[in-house]
Design a binder for this molecule. Structure first.
Ligand SMILES: Cc1cc2nc3c(=O)[nH]c(=O)nc-3n(C[C@H](O)[C@H](O)[C@H](O)COP(=O)(O)OP(=O)(O)OC[C@H]3O[C@@H](n4cnc5c(N)ncnc54)[C@H](O)[C@@H]3O)c2cc1C
Length: 412
């Protein structure tokens, strides 16, 4: 393998570059990103960065000196405009860069709110460092905040804003918080915690308009006519893959760039990883696109191992976390398809876990302030065993025992 070019210098792209070196890859590695900053982590942008507990320096994933030492050629502020697959070159402005293998790690971008005046001053969303800087400044001045979307980013922001004493309203089309990602039990608990901090929710509520005066946002109008006054409006209505570069090059895309179990597009000289990759995932029971640090890191490692001559189908346990106020919410596995849940721990004490099953098989475990459960659940899922409800009951839902004695479940 000769030269590897990586498009997108985020969590996945950087990881692929580092892992290539760790795997002993000796060819040239170029990591090309369109943002100005060194590769940085996004999770603190909606958490510690806003509260001031983490500064910009804390976000950087690897200092330049370490990139230099690993001979990773990092090119900042450069947008890749096209891929010429016939010639195995990418276009960056007028430059053409040849690759032997190309890794697309272009991430995802926020969905845009498609209503009148959605671009008024004071309507913001959060994806990158530039957004977070602006949002932090606005948060200092704002009094009344409307958050559109009760997903992870919206609710993390709500937790921070409420703690700062702001008046917070959250508007959500779905009937409950984080509906696509967590069980009813976790939603209900989180909604109650946020409400206890003064945040008010409107569920099943669509935004039809942003109210503005002189170009400045004044509030959001809901489908039922209610206007929620706000001087800061934060839109968190989900994200979509940055897949256009691949699509324009004739690669198959859908909900992301379509890849196989080895994370290759149908052009085997091109891989896709991280938020942009629509990949087969045993834990999802089919192809899926995941937006998580875990997925970005593990896919970066996986593609690097393959390019270094050690191919292995991607099979990492999906996991995710979200910090909201005093809640650490953690998910191991993918639980959306659950048809049965068993709760352990006491929500009234603020700590519990929800075991999620489908057709009698364990899909995953969602935890609130039970980090040990989360870590153990990841180990349980990583055993590769199909854990039945009967198995888990036989262990009395003791995850530690399940990791220590996996053979017992097999015999049960
Ligand atoms: C505010 C926020 C909070 C989050 N919190 C959590 C959390 O708590 N836990 C968790 O697990 N995950 C969290 N995530 C998700 C996590 O950060 C992402 O899943 C992860 O960053 C994905 O990594 P990636 O490398 O695929 O994409 P990214 O990190 O988005 O990197 C992609 C990079 O490619 C660049 N790019 C795109 N197109 C081009 C092009 N044509 N040319 C050059 N460069 C290009 C983009 O600008 C970007 O810099 C959060 C995300 C956000 C935005």
């Amino acid at each position: 393998m000769g030269d590897v070019v990586i498009v997108g210098a985020g969590q996945a792209g950087l990881q692929a570059a580092i892992s290539l070196r760790e795997e002993g890859f000796s060819g040239r590695i170029r990591l090309i990103g369109d943002e100005a900053a060194l590769p940085y982590q996004r999770p603190p942008l909606s958490k510690a960065f806003l509260t001031g507990d983490a500064g910009e320096a804390n976000l950087v994933l690897r200092p330049q000196a370490l990139l230099d030492k690993a001979e990773i050629e990092f090119v900042a502020g450069a947008r890749v405009d096209g891929i010429d697959r016939g010639d195995a070159r990418i276009a960056v402005g007028k430059d053409r860069i040849a690759y032997d293998h190309l890794i697309l790690a272009t991430g995802s971008r926020n969905r845009h709110l498609e209503v009148t005046s959605a671009d008024a001053d004071g309507v913001m969303s959060l994806r990158g460092l530039a957004d977070a800087r602006q949002l932090k400044a606005r948060l200092g001045e704002a009094r009344r905040i409307a958050i559109i979307g009760a997903g992870f980013i919206g609710l993390e922001f709500a937790g921070v804003a409420a703690k700062l004493g702001r008046e917070v309203r959250v508007v959500e089309l779905a009937p409950r918080a984080m509906a696509r990602a967590v069980s009813e039990q976790v939603s209900a608990h989180c909604e109650a915690r946020h409400a206890s901090w003064g945040t008010r929710f409107a569920f099943g509520a669509g935004v039809v308009d942003v109210e503005q005066a002189g170009g400045k946002a004044r509030g959001v109008r809901l489908a039922d006519g209610e206007v929620i006054p706000a001087d800061l409006i934060v839109v968190g209505i989900g994200a979509m893959a940055n897949a256009e570069l691949a699509a324009d090059a004739g690669l198959v895309t859908g909900n992301g760039i379509v890849v196989d179990a080895l994370l290759r597009t149908e052009d085997h000289a091109i891989s896709a990883i991280g938020d942009c990759a629509f990949h087969p995932n045993a834990f999802a029971g089919g192809p899926v696109r995941l937006e998580s640090v875990q997925n970005a890191i593990d896919q970066g490692r996986s593609v690097a191992a393959r390019l270094a001559g050690r191919p292995k189908p991607y099979h990492a346990v999906p996991w995710f976390w979200s910090d909201q106020g005093d809640m650490k919410i953690q998910m191991a596995g993918l639980t959306a398809a659950r048809d049965h849940v068993v709760q352990r721990g006491d929500p009234s004490e603020g700590r519990f876990s929800v075991f999620c099953f489908r057709d009698g098989l364990l899909l995953g475990v969602e935890s609130v302030n039970r980090p040990a459960d989360h870590m153990l659940a990841r180990r349980v899922l990583a055993t590769g065993r199909k854990w039945t409800l009967a198995d888990v009951e036989a262990f009395d839902f003791d995850l530690k025992a399940m990791t220590a004695e996996p053979a017992r479940a097999a015999d049960a």
